[in-house]
Design a binder for this molecule. Structure first.
Ligand SMILES: NC(=O)c1ccc[n+]([C@@H]2O[C@H](COP(=O)([O-])OP(=O)(O)OC[C@H]3O[C@@H](n4cnc5c(N)ncnc54)[C@H](OP(=O)(O)O)[C@@H]3O)[C@@H](O)[C@H]2O)c1
Length: 269
Protein backbone atom coordinates (compact mmCIF):
# COMPACT_ATOMS: atom_id res chain seq x y z
CA UNK A 1 0.00 0.00 0.00
CA UNK A 2 1.39 3.45 -0.88
CA UNK A 3 0.74 6.66 1.06
CA UNK A 4 -1.78 7.72 -1.56
CA UNK A 5 -3.65 4.45 -0.98
CA UNK A 6 -4.73 5.63 2.47
CA UNK A 7 -7.91 6.95 0.90
CA UNK A 8 -10.25 6.81 3.84
CA UNK A 9 -9.64 7.61 7.49
CA UNK A 10 -12.33 6.56 9.96
CA UNK A 11 -12.47 8.48 13.25
CA UNK A 12 -14.43 6.77 16.03
CA UNK A 13 -15.63 9.64 18.20
CA UNK A 14 -14.89 12.00 15.31
CA UNK A 15 -17.53 14.56 16.35
CA UNK A 16 -15.66 15.15 19.64
CA UNK A 17 -13.27 18.00 20.30
CA UNK A 18 -10.06 16.29 19.12
CA UNK A 19 -11.63 14.38 16.22
CA UNK A 20 -13.20 17.59 14.91
CA UNK A 21 -9.91 19.48 15.26
CA UNK A 22 -8.11 16.78 13.25
CA UNK A 23 -10.74 16.60 10.52
CA UNK A 24 -11.01 20.39 10.17
CA UNK A 25 -7.21 20.75 9.95
CA UNK A 26 -6.83 17.81 7.54
CA UNK A 27 -9.42 19.33 5.20
CA UNK A 28 -7.15 22.41 4.92
CA UNK A 29 -4.05 20.33 4.08
CA UNK A 30 -3.00 20.09 0.43
CA UNK A 31 -1.00 16.95 1.23
CA UNK A 32 -4.22 15.24 2.32
CA UNK A 33 -6.43 16.63 -0.43
CA UNK A 34 -7.32 13.12 -1.67
CA UNK A 35 -8.23 11.73 1.74
CA UNK A 36 -11.84 11.15 2.79
CA UNK A 37 -13.04 10.94 6.37
CA UNK A 38 -15.76 8.92 8.07
CA UNK A 39 -16.64 10.14 11.54
CA UNK A 40 -18.75 8.28 14.08
CA UNK A 41 -20.68 9.17 17.18
CA UNK A 42 -23.42 7.53 19.22
CA UNK A 43 -25.66 10.57 18.74
CA UNK A 44 -27.37 11.30 15.44
CA UNK A 45 -26.28 14.35 13.45
CA UNK A 46 -28.32 16.33 10.96
CA UNK A 47 -26.03 17.06 8.01
CA UNK A 48 -22.70 16.13 6.47
CA UNK A 49 -20.44 19.12 7.00
CA UNK A 50 -18.10 18.66 4.00
CA UNK A 51 -18.18 16.63 0.75
CA UNK A 52 -15.14 14.63 1.96
CA UNK A 53 -16.65 13.87 5.39
CA UNK A 54 -19.40 11.32 5.98
CA UNK A 55 -21.07 10.45 9.24
CA UNK A 56 -22.13 7.12 10.71
CA UNK A 57 -23.40 5.73 14.01
CA UNK A 58 -22.18 2.28 12.96
CA UNK A 59 -18.55 1.75 14.05
CA UNK A 60 -18.29 -1.60 12.25
CA UNK A 61 -19.32 0.07 8.96
CA UNK A 62 -16.67 2.73 9.62
CA UNK A 63 -14.00 0.05 10.16
CA UNK A 64 -15.05 -1.85 7.02
CA UNK A 65 -14.83 1.29 4.84
CA UNK A 66 -11.61 2.77 6.28
CA UNK A 67 -7.90 2.22 5.54
CA UNK A 68 -6.87 3.70 8.90
CA UNK A 69 -9.04 3.79 12.02
CA UNK A 70 -8.57 6.44 14.70
CA UNK A 71 -9.88 5.84 18.23
CA UNK A 72 -10.78 9.29 19.56
CA UNK A 73 -13.14 8.44 22.40
CA UNK A 74 -12.62 8.80 26.14
CA UNK A 75 -11.07 5.71 27.77
CA UNK A 76 -14.26 4.97 29.73
CA UNK A 77 -16.21 4.81 26.43
CA UNK A 78 -13.55 2.65 24.77
CA UNK A 79 -14.24 -0.14 27.27
CA UNK A 80 -17.51 -1.03 25.50
CA UNK A 81 -16.16 -0.77 21.92
CA UNK A 82 -15.45 -4.27 20.61
CA UNK A 83 -14.28 -4.21 17.01
CA UNK A 84 -12.10 -6.66 15.10
CA UNK A 85 -9.81 -4.64 12.81
CA UNK A 86 -8.26 -7.69 11.11
CA UNK A 87 -4.81 -6.02 11.04
CA UNK A 88 -6.05 -2.68 9.71
CA UNK A 89 -3.96 0.08 11.30
CA UNK A 90 -5.38 1.68 14.44
CA UNK A 91 -4.28 5.04 15.84
CA UNK A 92 -5.35 5.82 19.40
CA UNK A 93 -5.45 9.28 20.99
CA UNK A 94 -6.30 7.83 24.41
CA UNK A 95 -3.81 8.52 27.18
CA UNK A 96 -2.75 5.54 29.29
CA UNK A 97 -4.19 2.73 27.13
CA UNK A 98 -1.26 0.58 26.02
CA UNK A 99 -0.61 -0.56 22.48
CA UNK A 100 -0.68 -4.12 23.81
CA UNK A 101 -4.24 -3.69 25.13
CA UNK A 102 -5.34 -2.01 21.88
CA UNK A 103 -3.68 -4.64 19.70
CA UNK A 104 -5.16 -7.54 21.67
CA UNK A 105 -8.68 -6.15 21.85
CA UNK A 106 -8.94 -4.97 18.25
CA UNK A 107 -6.88 -7.75 16.63
CA UNK A 108 -4.32 -5.66 14.78
CA UNK A 109 -0.53 -5.62 14.90
CA UNK A 110 -0.45 -2.04 13.57
CA UNK A 111 -1.15 0.19 16.54
CA UNK A 112 -0.13 3.83 16.68
CA UNK A 113 -0.38 5.75 19.93
CA UNK A 114 -0.41 9.52 19.43
CA UNK A 115 -0.89 12.24 22.00
CA UNK A 116 -1.89 15.63 20.59
CA UNK A 117 -2.39 18.54 22.96
CA UNK A 118 -4.93 21.32 23.33
CA UNK A 119 -3.22 23.47 20.69
CA UNK A 120 -4.33 21.14 17.88
CA UNK A 121 -7.42 23.24 17.11
CA UNK A 122 -5.14 26.04 15.85
CA UNK A 123 -2.61 23.67 14.26
CA UNK A 124 -0.04 24.27 17.02
CA UNK A 125 -0.06 20.87 18.74
CA UNK A 126 3.07 18.97 19.63
CA UNK A 127 2.15 15.33 18.94
CA UNK A 128 4.51 12.52 19.97
CA UNK A 129 3.62 9.15 18.45
CA UNK A 130 4.73 5.55 18.57
CA UNK A 131 3.99 2.66 16.20
CA UNK A 132 4.16 -1.02 17.15
CA UNK A 133 5.42 -2.05 13.74
CA UNK A 134 8.09 -0.58 11.48
CA UNK A 135 7.45 -2.89 8.52
CA UNK A 136 5.10 -0.50 6.72
CA UNK A 137 7.00 2.72 5.89
CA UNK A 138 4.09 4.10 3.85
CA UNK A 139 1.86 3.87 6.92
CA UNK A 140 4.48 5.72 9.01
CA UNK A 141 4.76 8.36 6.29
CA UNK A 142 0.98 8.79 6.18
CA UNK A 143 0.71 9.09 10.00
CA UNK A 144 3.42 11.79 9.99
CA UNK A 145 1.51 13.72 7.28
CA UNK A 146 -1.80 13.37 9.12
CA UNK A 147 -0.39 14.55 12.46
CA UNK A 148 1.60 17.33 10.79
CA UNK A 149 -1.70 18.97 9.83
CA UNK A 150 -2.41 19.72 13.53
CA UNK A 151 1.10 21.02 14.29
CA UNK A 152 4.50 19.54 15.07
CA UNK A 153 4.92 15.78 15.34
CA UNK A 154 7.73 13.36 16.23
CA UNK A 155 7.84 9.58 16.02
CA UNK A 156 9.31 7.82 19.09
CA UNK A 157 10.86 4.35 19.25
CA UNK A 158 9.80 3.64 22.85
CA UNK A 159 6.16 3.54 23.93
CA UNK A 160 7.16 4.70 27.41
CA UNK A 161 8.15 8.03 25.90
CA UNK A 162 4.48 8.63 25.06
CA UNK A 163 3.72 8.28 28.78
CA UNK A 164 6.57 10.71 29.62
CA UNK A 165 5.31 13.27 27.11
CA UNK A 166 1.72 12.84 28.32
CA UNK A 167 3.11 14.51 31.45
CA UNK A 168 4.80 17.33 29.50
CA UNK A 169 3.46 18.30 26.05
CA UNK A 170 0.14 16.59 26.82
CA UNK A 171 -0.46 19.16 29.56
CA UNK A 172 -0.71 21.92 26.93
CA UNK A 173 -1.12 25.36 28.53
CA UNK A 174 -1.51 23.99 32.09
CA UNK A 175 2.04 24.53 33.39
CA UNK A 176 2.49 27.95 31.72
CA UNK A 177 -0.90 28.86 33.28
CA UNK A 178 0.43 27.82 36.72
CA UNK A 179 3.46 30.06 36.19
CA UNK A 180 1.14 32.89 35.12
CA UNK A 181 -0.99 32.36 38.23
CA UNK A 182 2.11 32.53 40.46
CA UNK A 183 3.30 35.73 38.72
CA UNK A 184 -0.16 37.28 39.07
CA UNK A 185 -0.22 36.45 42.79
CA UNK A 186 3.22 38.04 43.22
CA UNK A 187 2.10 41.19 41.41
CA UNK A 188 -1.02 41.47 43.59
CA UNK A 189 1.04 40.95 46.73
CA UNK A 190 3.25 43.86 45.67
CA UNK A 191 0.25 46.16 45.20
CA UNK A 192 -0.83 45.77 41.54
CA UNK A 193 -4.65 45.67 41.16
CA UNK A 194 -5.98 42.18 40.38
CA UNK A 195 -7.34 42.99 36.89
CA UNK A 196 -4.19 44.77 35.75
CA UNK A 197 -1.98 42.00 37.20
CA UNK A 198 -3.98 39.51 35.16
CA UNK A 199 -3.65 41.55 31.94
CA UNK A 200 0.07 42.01 32.60
CA UNK A 201 0.87 38.30 33.01
CA UNK A 202 -1.44 37.10 30.22
CA UNK A 203 0.06 39.66 27.80
CA UNK A 204 3.57 38.67 28.89
CA UNK A 205 2.98 34.96 28.24
CA UNK A 206 1.27 35.71 24.93
CA UNK A 207 4.21 37.88 23.82
CA UNK A 208 6.72 35.23 24.94
CA UNK A 209 5.53 32.76 22.28
CA UNK A 210 7.93 34.22 19.71
CA UNK A 211 10.90 33.15 21.86
CA UNK A 212 9.96 29.50 21.24
CA UNK A 213 9.12 29.67 17.54
CA UNK A 214 12.47 28.21 16.52
CA UNK A 215 12.15 24.66 17.91
CA UNK A 216 15.91 24.11 17.62
CA UNK A 217 16.71 26.99 20.00
CA UNK A 218 17.41 25.63 23.52
CA UNK A 219 15.25 27.38 26.18
CA UNK A 220 18.46 27.68 28.24
CA UNK A 221 19.76 30.15 25.62
CA UNK A 222 16.86 32.51 26.30
CA UNK A 223 17.41 32.21 30.05
CA UNK A 224 21.13 32.85 29.57
CA UNK A 225 20.49 36.07 27.63
CA UNK A 226 18.67 37.48 30.68
CA UNK A 227 21.18 36.09 33.18
CA UNK A 228 24.09 37.60 31.29
CA UNK A 229 22.39 41.01 31.23
CA UNK A 230 22.65 40.98 35.04
CA UNK A 231 19.59 43.15 35.53
CA UNK A 232 16.41 42.76 37.58
CA UNK A 233 15.31 39.65 35.70
CA UNK A 234 18.66 37.94 36.45
CA UNK A 235 18.04 38.58 40.16
CA UNK A 236 14.55 37.06 39.83
CA UNK A 237 15.80 34.01 37.94
CA UNK A 238 18.62 33.36 40.43
CA UNK A 239 16.23 33.48 43.41
CA UNK A 240 13.66 31.22 41.69
CA UNK A 241 16.37 28.64 40.96
CA UNK A 242 17.74 28.90 44.50
CA UNK A 243 14.23 28.28 45.88
CA UNK A 244 13.90 24.98 43.99
CA UNK A 245 12.15 25.94 40.75
CA UNK A 246 13.67 23.05 38.75
CA UNK A 247 13.04 20.54 41.54
CA UNK A 248 9.37 21.60 41.82
CA UNK A 249 8.84 21.20 38.06
CA UNK A 250 10.66 17.84 37.98
CA UNK A 251 8.54 16.51 40.87
CA UNK A 252 5.34 17.66 39.15
CA UNK A 253 6.28 16.03 35.86
CA UNK A 254 7.19 12.79 37.65
CA UNK A 255 3.81 12.78 39.44
CA UNK A 256 1.99 13.24 36.12
CA UNK A 257 4.13 10.52 34.47
CA UNK A 258 3.38 8.18 37.37
CA UNK A 259 -0.34 8.84 36.89
CA UNK A 260 0.02 8.15 33.13
CA UNK A 261 1.65 4.76 33.67
CA UNK A 262 -0.84 3.76 36.36
CA UNK A 263 -3.80 5.11 34.44
CA UNK A 264 -7.07 4.29 36.18
CA UNK A 265 -8.63 2.13 33.47
CA UNK A 266 -10.22 -1.27 34.06
CA UNK A 267 -9.02 -2.40 30.63
CA UNK A 268 -5.35 -1.31 30.93
CA UNK A 269 -2.84 -4.13 30.57
N1 LIG B 1 -8.80 17.10 24.20
C1 LIG B 1 -7.46 16.99 24.22
O1 LIG B 1 -6.71 17.99 24.26
C2 LIG B 1 -6.81 15.63 24.17
C3 LIG B 1 -5.41 15.55 24.05
C4 LIG B 1 -4.83 14.28 23.94
C5 LIG B 1 -5.62 13.14 23.99
N2 LIG B 1 -6.95 13.28 24.16
C6 LIG B 1 -7.75 12.03 24.19
O2 LIG B 1 -8.43 11.93 22.97
C7 LIG B 1 -9.71 11.29 23.16
C8 LIG B 1 -10.79 12.23 22.65
O3 LIG B 1 -10.75 13.44 23.38
P1 LIG B 1 -11.82 14.61 23.13
O4 LIG B 1 -11.35 15.78 23.94
O5 LIG B 1 -12.07 14.79 21.67
O6 LIG B 1 -13.12 13.99 23.83
P2 LIG B 1 -14.66 14.29 23.47
O7 LIG B 1 -14.82 15.70 23.01
O8 LIG B 1 -15.47 13.84 24.64
O9 LIG B 1 -14.96 13.35 22.23
C9 LIG B 1 -15.15 11.98 22.35
C10 LIG B 1 -16.27 11.61 21.40
O10 LIG B 1 -16.44 10.21 21.44
C11 LIG B 1 -17.78 9.94 21.09
N3 LIG B 1 -18.06 8.56 21.46
C12 LIG B 1 -18.09 8.01 22.70
N4 LIG B 1 -18.38 6.70 22.61
C13 LIG B 1 -18.51 6.40 21.29
C14 LIG B 1 -18.79 5.23 20.57
N5 LIG B 1 -19.01 4.05 21.19
N6 LIG B 1 -18.83 5.29 19.22
C15 LIG B 1 -18.63 6.46 18.57
N7 LIG B 1 -18.37 7.63 19.21
C16 LIG B 1 -18.30 7.60 20.55
C17 LIG B 1 -18.56 11.01 21.85
O11 LIG B 1 -19.78 11.33 21.19
P3 LIG B 1 -21.17 10.61 21.57
O12 LIG B 1 -21.35 10.81 23.04
O13 LIG B 1 -22.19 11.31 20.72
O14 LIG B 1 -21.01 9.19 21.18
C18 LIG B 1 -17.63 12.23 21.76
O15 LIG B 1 -18.01 13.12 20.72
C19 LIG B 1 -9.80 11.02 24.66
O16 LIG B 1 -9.37 9.71 24.94
C20 LIG B 1 -8.84 12.03 25.26
O17 LIG B 1 -8.34 11.61 26.50
C21 LIG B 1 -7.58 14.48 24.20
Amino acid sequence: MTASNYHTVGIIGGLGWLGSALTNSALLSEELAEVKFIVSSRRATATEKHPRVTFTQDNQALVDASDLIIMSVRPQDWASITLNLRDKPLMSFMAGISSHALSKKHRTKYVIRALPNGACSNQQSYTPWYCTSQDNPTLLDFIAKLLHCIGHQDQYDLEDHIEVLTAISGAGPAYPALLAQALQQSAIKLGIPQDKAQRAVNATLLGSGAAFKDLSNPPANTVFVFEEYQGTTAAGLAKMKQCGFFEAVESGVEAAYDKAIHFDSPTKE
